[in-house]
Design a protein around this ligand. Structure first.
Ligand code: PEP
Ligand code: MN
Length: 337
């Protein structure tokens, strides 16, 4: 259920509505827009419907949300959410670029890539310290050591850090370093992990599972938000289809569709979405043209030596070229970079 308050509802009226909702045994979730405040009421819809919420002072309308996800639905924040990641705002006119290696491999390499992506105009630095690898024999990441290198790279470049959290047991450690916590495709439905990050107030980038529908992605976001953390960014990173000439099939239609269904910002990852470095730039441009709020790309100075995902990594100079084209596409669709 969503309670739309009148544009000039007073704080006293809002507090009174919140008190009432709590006294009925429901949990209120407040979304403060520029024009008006909206309150999401989570609980059994049949019982909520019986309560005289429409009669409360300051209330304009009470709407049932028919979709299974409520707080993630567009109705909860019709003008769209802006998620702030240590000063970088995601969801506004400006397109946000996240770049860096797949995994943190060494201090020197990370610092080098961080400086190069920063010089080319990236806004956030990515790098996995805990890596979800298909084979247990593949490089699993540097763990805590990798997080320390990320912090050093952040101090050198000023770029906030995006890094993956794979396990609730590492939550405290990863939260200490990450500016934006990545939940990977393989963990999109790890509900325990989603609730864990929902219990904090750090922004979360939730990647779409490789065989997840958009509805399942939005329900996964709902897990985080229903715990009180509304700072969620969604990431389209390609899904499994019958097509095997690319690593995944990048679902670009997910961007405008998610925009209709949800108020959450959408970032696109054309690196995992294609698995091929020469397809990354065209798909990044297409993502921005289709309305993405950001793109995330993997960059490596020597892709042939990369410990993970070398074939999809852009060389730093190609990344810089992509940024130039991205700027022009962004401007063509009324955005900026
Ligand atoms: C990644 O971004 O490094 C990653 C592992 O991506 P995904 O979870 O989308 O496979
Ligand atoms: Mn990768």
């Amino acid at each position: 259920m969503i309670i739309v308050l009148k544009p000039h509802a007073t704080q006293e009226e809002i507090d009174h509505v919140l008190e009432k909702i709590e006294s009925f045994g429901f949990t209120p979730h407040v979304s403060r827009g520029v024009e008006r405040t909206i309150i999401g009421v989570i609980g059994d819809e049949r019982i909520i419907q019986e309560k005289p919420l429409e009669a409360l002072p300051g209330v304009e309308q009470v709407l049932p949300v028919l979709k299974p996800y409520k707080l993630a639905s567009r109705e909860f924040n019709p003008q769209g959410s802006v998620i702030e990641v240590s000063g970088v705002r995601v969801g506004e006119r400006k397109v946000v670029v996240i770049a860096g290696p797949c995994a943190v491999e060494s201090r020197e390499r990370l610092l080098q890539v961080a400086k190069e992506v920063k010089a080319a105009g990236a806004h956030l630095l990515r790098g996995g310290a805990f890596k979800p690898r298909t084979s247990p024999y593949s490089f699993q990441g540097l763990g805590a050591e990798g997080l320390r290198y990320l912090l050093e790279a952040k101090q050198e470049t000023g770029l906030p850090i995006v890094t993956e959290l794979m396990d609730t047991r590492e939550a405290d450690l990863v939260l200490e370093y990450a500016d934006l916590i990545q939940i990977g495709a393989r963990n999109m439905q790890n509900f325990r992990l989603l609730k864990e990050v929902g219990g904090h107030r750090k922004p979360v980038m939730l990647k779409r599972g490789m065989s997840a529908t958009i509805k399942e992605l939005l329900l996964a976001a709902e897990y985080i938000m229903s715990e009180g953390n509304y700072h969620v960014i969604l990431c389209e990173r390609g899904i499994r289809t019958f097509e095997d000439s690319t690593r995944n099939t990048l679902d670009l239609s997910a961007i405008p569709l998610i925009k209709q269904l949800s108020h959450l910002p959408v970032v696109v990852d054309p690196s995992h979405g294609t698995g091929k470095w020469d397809l990354v730039s065209p798909m990044a441009l297409a993502a921005v043209a289709a309305g993405a709020d950001g793109v995330m790309v993997e960059v490596h100075p020597r892709p042939e030596e990369a410990l993970s995902d070398g074939p999809q990594a852009l060389l730093p100079d190609l990344f810089a070229k992509m940024m130039e084209s991205l700027r022009r596409v962004a401007e063509a669709v009324g955005r900026s970079l």
